[in-house]
Design a protein around this ligand. Structure first.
Ligand code: SF4
Ligand code: SF4
Length: 161
């Protein structure tokens, strides 16, 4: 185990800098220096008033193979969340009450995040980020002459972004 810092929670009051015996918490980037962190010492975790530091395993187990039953359940759940998102968005659009609109937008966003989690858990990438889009474009150009590469599927994915 080693410590990691959530920089968006960190309030920079520096308690962790004083308790860490190795100086691992004192870095320019804000990230804890993995190479200096003592395995599972957690002094900084307990000292941080903002709960910004947590322990993460040094080695993660290999992901488990998803069975067809699990995949089907995840898709069913994702579909239901997508339906709830649509409903919340339409209720928000139909209302003039700003508080109700805000609430429905929050419900819609929450359902969107849950649906995305389901798709990710089912083993699919979600190509919204610029890095993934670039990677897909690179794959297309690298495999331009490769007949076995599913270029059409990648192009369809990129068109839907
Ligand atoms: S103790 Fe917590 S809040 Fe303070 S600097 Fe360290 S990580 Fe940030
Ligand atoms: S777990 Fe211990 S060694 Fe690692 S950063 Fe925190 S205080 Fe320092």
């Amino acid at each position: 185990m080693h410590a990691a810092r959530n920089t968006s929670l960190c309030t920079k009051d520096c308690v962790c800098l004083f308790v860490c015996p190795t100086g691992a918490t004192d870095t320019e980037t804000g990230q804890i220096d993995f190479t200096k962190c003592l395995d599972g010492c957690r002094l900084c975790v307990d000292a941080c008033p903002s709960h910004a530091i947590y322990l993460v395993p040094s080695v993660y187990p290999a992901p488990q193979e998803k069975s067809e039953a699990v995949r089907k359940s995840l898709f069913a759940l994702a579909k239901s969340k997508a339906g709830q998102e649509r409903l919340a968005r339409s209720l928000s659009e139909a209302s003039d009450d700003p508080i109700f609109k805000q609430l429905m937008n929050a419900v819609a966003t929450s359902n969107r995040v849950l649906a995305e989690d389901c798709y990710r858990e089912a083993g699919y990438i979600l190509p919204q980020s610029e890095a993934v889009q670039l990677w897909l474009h690179n794959l297309l150009s690298e495999h331009e002459k490769d007949e076995d590469f599913p270029s059409d599927a990648v192009k369809t994915l990129l068109e839907k972004l």
